[in-house]
Every structure is written in C-alpha cells, then in structure tokens.
Design a protein around this ligand. Structure first.
Ligand SMILES: C[S@@+](CC[C@H](N)C(=O)[O-])C[C@H]1O[C@@H](n2cnc3c(N)ncnc32)[C@H](O)[C@@H]1O
Length: 304
C-alpha cells in the first residue's frame, strides 16, 4: 500500500497536545518532517484526518521546487514566520487565488528561505478564508485582553447567530476583552467574575458585573431569560463543564460557547464524550475548533 502524508499547522504552544492527540486518535500515524508550527505525519491507512489541536490540516504533497509552484493555476501562500520574504510571483498568485466553500485549496507553505511544501485541504464554512488559517480579526487597541480575539474568532468561524439585545451570561469575564466584543455586537452582557473589570466596560449600560464566583449563582439570580452562555474561565474543563451543566438545568440558552483550557493531556480524552453529552441535551450543532489566537485551549460551540 502507498504511504500517505498529512500536514498540520498549529500554534507552537499546542504542539505537545497535538502529539498526544495523534497518539490517541491516530495511532498509526508516524511523525515525519516537522518545524515549529508545521508537522507532517506518515501513515499506511489513509483516513479522514482532522485533529482538533490544529489550525489547519490536510494532505501533504511534499517539498516542491519554486519553478513547479510558479505554474500552479491557483494557490494560497502561507509563511511559517512573517519575516520570511517570499518571491513576488507567489505573493501575486496567492492574492489572485479565490477558493469557494467545498473547493480543494492548494496551500504553499513556505517554511524557510527557498523551502516550500505543498498541501491540500477542502475549504469548510468554519475555516477562516485566509492562507494558513491565520486570524482575520483586526487589532483593537481598546481590547482589555486577548479574549477579545478569541470570541471574535469564534463569532466569525461559526457565524454565530447572535441578535441585537440578546442576553449573554459570560462566565470569567474579567478584565473584559470578550465583553467588549459582545457589547460591540449590541448584546446585553452579565459578566460573572470575582476579579476586577476594565473601567470602560463597567461604564457601558448594557453590562452588568456579577462580582461572584459562578459556583455561587443559582436560579434565583436570574430574573430574565439568558440567550447565550459564554465561558473563558481559567479552571479545569471538568469544573467548567459541571457548572455549565448545572446552569443548563435552569437556563435555556440558544447556544453555548466555551473556551476550555487544556493544560493537561488527560483533558483531551474528555472532548468526545462532552460533544456527545451536549447533543443529548438537545443541541443540534456541536463543534470543536482550535482558534488562531489560542494557546493550549479549544473552543466548544453548541447551538440549538
Ligand atoms: C482567561 S480569564 C478571562 C478573560 C475574560 N473572558 C476577558 O474577556 O477578558 C479567566 C477568568 O476566570 C475567572 N475565574 C476563575 N475562577 C472563577 C470562578 N469560579 N467564577 C468566575 N470566574 C472565575 C478569573 O478571575 C479570570 O478573570
């Protein structure tokens, strides 16, 4: 049987988790050539390959000479580090190449000066429409934390159907990066966090700070319906999920968006059962995605 090669692009912080995930979920895949943020794997049994801890993954066609790349009809170009200077022909090719959802993307991955690898993947709706799945969210100088980008990326990737003036229960809201993004979408945010919120967020009439640990809240704290639960609490996923489960006994949100911290390998094993348990609770779309601004985290989105 012919060997098949696959590539993964991920953030360097997630590489140890990716390797653990590969050993659990893809035991027949052997690590082959790799550089920080770029890994290839070899296998004899080709299967559907989409590890969670990757920004992007697909079939790897190997290292190619520049001359061969210049004749490609369409291709996107991704550089492993911004400081690499790519040939103008490849920059032009990438800028004029458009890919539709469902189409096979050819991706040129520039790993070093004169070092080009080529991969292919099918463009999904939840992909960022950027070469190498880098974030397309613009820098916001007012954002009090990195969490602004995390929720903005989840919003974009999942096309979250949040409507104006809907109510969001945000668990772990301080200092307020995610709150800022949600308030900018004209949502009403109840931010639960014992820590201090950014002063500008507190001034917003659509924000209410519940300065408590989320474990202390119960149904008596909620006079109004909650449309969304968002969480980025820095506690183990087992604790966060148990608390979210408890909230779901008295709240009926349209959707739940959780950033789960995967600081230990064993948390990876929880993810599949967690997806199944959200489906059993009546959420029809339940997906996991590693977002471009993530470190050792994963986003779980569950929509009714
Ligand atoms: C990664 S930060 C959240 C960032 C925040 N979402 C933002 O947008 O700026 C994690 C937060 O979880 C909060 N946290 C930790 N344990 C908590 C608990 N039991 N209840 C509520 N918040 C908690 C911490 O105080 C911290 O502010």
């Amino acid at each position: 049987m012919m060997s098949q090669f696959y590539f993964v692009l991920t953030n360097p912080e997630a590489e140890p988790l990716l390797k653990t995930e590969m050993s659990i979920g893809y035991p027949n895949f052997k690590l082959s050539y790799s550089r920080p943020g770029f890994l290839t794997f070899k296998t004899e049994n080709a299967i559907d390959f989409s590890p969670w801890m990757s920004r992007l993954s697909g079939i790897c066609l190997g290292k190619k000479p520049l001359e061969e790349l210049k004749s490609l009809p369409k291709a996107w170009l991704w550089k492993r580090v911004d400081s690499l200077s790519a040939p103008q022909e490849l920059i032009d090719l990438s800028e004029k190449s458009l890919f539709k959802i469902g189409e096979k993307v050819t991706l040129i991955m520039m790993l070093g000066p004169e070092e080009y690898w080529v991969g292919e993947y099918i463009l999904k709706k939840t992909h960022f429409q950027t070469p190498g799945e880098v974030s397309s969210i613009e820098k916001n100088e007012d954002a009090p934390s990195r969490a602004y980008y995390k929720i903005a990326e989840a919003f974009e990737a999942f096309d979250l159907p949040m409507d104006s003036q809907e109510k969001v229960l945000e668990l772990g809201s301080a200092p307020g990066g995610a709150s800022l993004f949600l308030l900018d979408q004209d949502l009403i945010v109840y931010g639960v966090d014992p820590a201090l919120m950014d002063k500008e967020i507190l001034k917003n009439y659509n924000f209410k700070h519940i300065k408590k640990a989320f474990e202390t809240l119960n149904e008596n704290n909620f006079r109004e319906d909650i449309d969304w639960i968002v969480s980025d609490v820095n506690l183990p996923p087992s604790v966060v999920l148990q608390e979210v489960d408890r909230f779901l006994t008295f709240l009926e949100p349209r959707g739940v968006i959780l950033t789960l911290k995967l600081h230990q390998d064993r948390y990876l094993r929880m993810l599949k059962p967690v997806v199944e348990s959200f489906k059993k609770k009546g959420f029809t779309t339940v997906e996991l995605k590693y977002l471009p601004s993530y470190r050792q985290e994963i986003c779980l989105v569950a929509l009714r």
